[in-house]
Ligand binder design. Structure first.
Ligand SMILES: *[C@@H]1O[C@H](CO)[C@@H](O)[C@H](O)[C@H]1NC(C)=O
Ligand SMILES: *[C@@H]1O[C@H](CO)[C@@H](O)[C@H](O)[C@H]1NC(C)=O
Length: 351
């Protein structure tokens, strides 16, 4: 099914590229070819309601607030070029009541070629550390995260938030992919590039329904919450081959210098916004207090939690493939569901 769909996609692309015989490069000059050749493709879930979303639209649909009060004297209009003027305690807060499901939080469903039309939904950030060592981050943006239900009960629903940044990171050595990181909630999983599912050279990520955690396989995944030990099966993420998204088709491309803490767009025309990458605040509403009638708190977990920080807070200069968060960094050499990780650890390198 996947291969069939993909050959159709390739065929359509080839036809639209006529009469040029060479395939059009989908990125500005200077982006290393291997960063494009090995870029992940993402399967969104068949029941997904909250698709990848335009990064700039998040800003135009928000007002900056601190502790639920509007920030005075903000640039007008606020956009991706001036977002860095806001302080780190700012929450980009939805202008609309998100419990009413405004259209913009639903994002843009990729078309048959995998493209999110009229919406730039990804940012590719390349950290060239020298000596042939390159980490490429593929950042995925969604306007809304639907957190899921406990035991499938609609009334036991939590972990929703406005704004959702997820990512894969591929570590390259001399232009060859070595490992790939899949972000999942507060942590994630790392695999050897050789073992993950691919389409041609491109690794496959499965984005879970609503929460957009990235998995290497389709199916059901236990969804753990930090500091909250739920028994297996109580809260789960679901992935399948629903809609194929090619994040490269609508992305901004940057290089990142860790030494200078500087992002540089590969596109030198000035058309690619960059300053938003220095915004240290949150890309969604602050967790509503329980006095807000939209909020429900169960076992200390909020139905509506705070929006996330942006790409610059994803540890862009890692020493390991995993972010440094006190947990073991397991470089998995076989594809197994998360619950079977104990078995996997016997086979994998823990670094
Ligand atoms: C998928 O997410 C939507 C809400 O975003 C939810 O209503 C639906 O039940 C979910 N389906 C599955 C299979 O998780
Ligand atoms: C970036 O990470 C490398 C290790 O991968 C380290 O040697 C270097 O000092 C780091 N640079 C900065 C500015 O932290």
């Amino acid at each position: 099914m996947f291969n069939l769909l993909f050959s159709v996609v390739t065929f359509v692309t080839a036809v639209s590229a006529v009469p040029t015989t060479r395939k059009k490069r989908q990125a500005p000059a200077g982006v290393p070819q291997f960063v494009l050749d090995y870029a992940p493709l993402v399967w969104l879930h068949s029941a997904e309601q909250y698709f990848p979303s335009d990064i700039a639209a998040q800003v135009s649909n928000s007002i900056p607030q601190v502790n639920f009060a509007a920030v005075p004297n903000v640039p007008n209009p606020l956009d991706l070029n001036n977002l860095d003027s806001l302080s780190k305690d700012v929450y980009l807060t939805s202008k609309d009541d998100i419990t009413k499901n405004p259209t913009w939080i639903k994002g843009v469903k990729p078309d048959a070629s995998g493209k999110t039309n009229n919406a730039v939904t990804a940012a590719v950030i390349v950290n060239d550390k020298g000596g042939g060592n390159v980490d490429a981050f593929y950042m995925y943006f969604y306007a809304y995260n639907w957190g899921g239900t406990v035991l499938g009960l609609q009334q036991l629903q939590f972990g929703n938030h406005v704004g959702d940044w997820e990512h894969n990171m591929i570590r390259f050595s001399n232009s060859k992919p070595q490992h790939i990181w899949y972000s999942q909630h507060s942590n994630g999983q790392a695999f050897k590039y050789d073992v993950v599912h691919k389409n041609g050279l491109r690794p496959i990520a499965f984005s879970s329904n609503g929460s957009h955690a990235n998995y290497a396989i389709s199916g059901t995944h236990d969804h753990t919450i930090p500091n909250f030990n739920l028994p297996g099966g109580v809260l789960e993420d679901y992935t399948n081959e629903g809609t194929l998204w090619d994040p490269l088709k609508s992305a901004y491309f940057y290089s990142f210098s860790a030494g200078e803490n500087k992002f540089t767009p590969y596109d030198s025309s000035g058309a690619t916004p960059v300053n938003y990458l220095y915004f240290k605040g949150r890309w969604g509403d602050q967790e509503y207090p329980t006095s807000d009638k939209r909020q429900v708190k169960l076992f200390g977990q909020a139905k509506y939690s705070s929006g996330p920080t942006g790409p610059s807070d994803k540890q862009l200069n890692r020493s390991k493939v995993c972010p440094d968060n006190g947990k073991d960094c397991i470089l998995r050499t076989i594809l197994v569901p998360k619950g079977l990780d104990e078995l996997n650890e016997l086979e994998a390198d823990i670094v």
